[in-house]
Design a binder for this molecule. Structure first.
Ligand SMILES: NC(=O)C1=CN([C@@H]2O[C@H](COP(=O)(O)OP(=O)(O)OC[C@H]3O[C@@H](n4cnc5c(N)ncnc54)[C@H](OP(=O)(O)O)[C@@H]3O)[C@@H](O)[C@H]2O)C=CC1
Ligand SMILES: O=C(CO)COP(=O)(O)O
Length: 337
């Protein structure tokens, strides 16, 4: 009799979101192996069922194992799930690429734009591995890892130009607490996730400066408008930006103290330097690295992105907090669109 084999996923790496998605997939019945850079993290996952570095208080499923050996992680995998800082993707993936299987579907969890090239993570993946775009997917949405590790309900968008591949990923990560929707709009899904980090920095800055909820709601709303303008110019569907990977993620990230980007912005708004904010925030803060590249895309596509401009200038030390506020509030009046 034919035995039905569980899907197999290799999750690279064992940080906050990689661990959370590994747990989701294991809870969904997928066999999961996590690739950790550090032996102590891999050993602890295998022996104590805990990720001591990121979630020392959460039990992981028995079907989730870990290794530091990329070749061992990539044996017979159906899915390779990538969750490392976007700026390190090219170099790390080049080392892992020879071990990736011929039919593997790659799922990017990363919410960043490559600084030197302006490429989205999925574009870097196809460039580095030679794997065609229809086998590269993006999972994005309002997904603060800590809440998901606590089993709280959340939803996300899985986008792939091949809808059948998106449906396979959806099945591999659908649980009682995690509800993935499918889409074929990879560009919209990916830009929604990357640009919201820049907008979350702006909202955090406003909060740190002591500005109220009106100002923060203004930044969220106008931030969504400029994100949508860019994404549509780059070929995305406007509806994607109104969905989980756009508005949904923007709302979660801009309103939660769990967000590293919002927290980083809050530190800047309170007057800390970039170095001090970096030390205080810890972990990956993609918006800080992606702001300049996002502005580069805006220029390349002739799109006005005033909030991204101001955040980039602040990060580059070109303007003060007072000048940033003035730059946004004293723009010429215009119709809302
Ligand atoms: N955290 C969240 O709630 C969410 C995060 N994301 C996105 O997921 C991606 C990863 O973020 P997140 O998991 O939060 O980040 P973390 O900082 O929590 O973890 C980063 C992981 O990447 C590893 N790493 C760091 N630098 C490198 C490198 N140069 N090469 C290879 N591996 C490296 C780290 O290893 P080590 O531990 O050894 O340093 C760690 O395992 C980001 O793009 C983020 O925007 C998306 C949705 C939710
Ligand atoms: O992307 C996230 C939630 O969806 C996590 O946001 P931060 O990277 O700002 O913590």
């Amino acid at each position: 009799m034919l035995q039905h084999r569980s899907a197999r996923a290799a999750v690279f790496s064992a940080g906050s979101w990689g661990t959370a998605v590994a747990k989701i997939m294991a809870d969904a019945g997928t066999d999961v192996i996590v690739h950790a850079r550090r032996a102590e993290i891999a050993d602890a996952i295998n022996t104590t069922r805990r990720n001591v570095g990121y979630f020392p208080d959460v039990d992981l499923p028995e079907t989730l194992t870990a290794t530091t050996d990329p070749a061992a992680a990539l044996e017979n995998e159906d899915f390779l799930v990538l969750s490392i800082p976007a700026q390190s993707l090219r170099e790390s993936l080049a080392a892992w690429a020879p071990h990736i299987g011929r039919d593997t579907i790659i799922v990017s969890l990363m919410k960043g734009i490559e600084r030197e090239t302006g490429l989205r993570a999925s574009e870097v993946i196809t460039e580095v591995t030679g794997i065609p775009a229809h086998r590269v997917a993006v999972l994005s949405g309002p997904n603060l890892a800590r809440e998901i590790m606590a089993g709280q309900p959340a939803a996300a968008t899985v986008a792939c130009s091949d809808e059948a591949a998106a449906i396979r990923i959806q099945r591999a990560c659908h649980t009682s607490y995690f509800r993935p929707y499918t889409s074929t709009d990879v560009t919209g899904c990916e830009l929604g996730g990357a640009v919201k980090n820049v907008i979350a920095l702006a909202v955090g800055i406003a909060a740190g400066m002591g500005l109220g909820h009106n100002a923060q709601a203004m930044l969220v709303t106008r931030g969504l408008a400029e994100t949508t303008r860019l994404a549509v110019a780059m070929g995305a569907r406007p509806g994607t930006l109104a969905g989980l990977a756009g508005l949904g993620d923007l709302v979660a990230t801009c309103s939660s103290p769990l967000s590293r980007n919002r927290t980083f912005g809050t530190h800047l708004g309170m007057g800390l330097s970039i170095e001090e904010a970096t030390r205080a925030t810890r972990q990956t803060t993609e918006g800080v690295k992606s702001a300049q590249a996002t502005r580069g895309l805006a220029h390349a596509y002739g799109i006005d992105m005033p909030i991204t401009d101001v955040v980039t200038d602040l990060l580059n030390g070109k303007i003060t907090l007072a000048q940033a506020t003035a730059a946004l509030m004293q723009r010429p009046p215009k119709p809302e669109r």
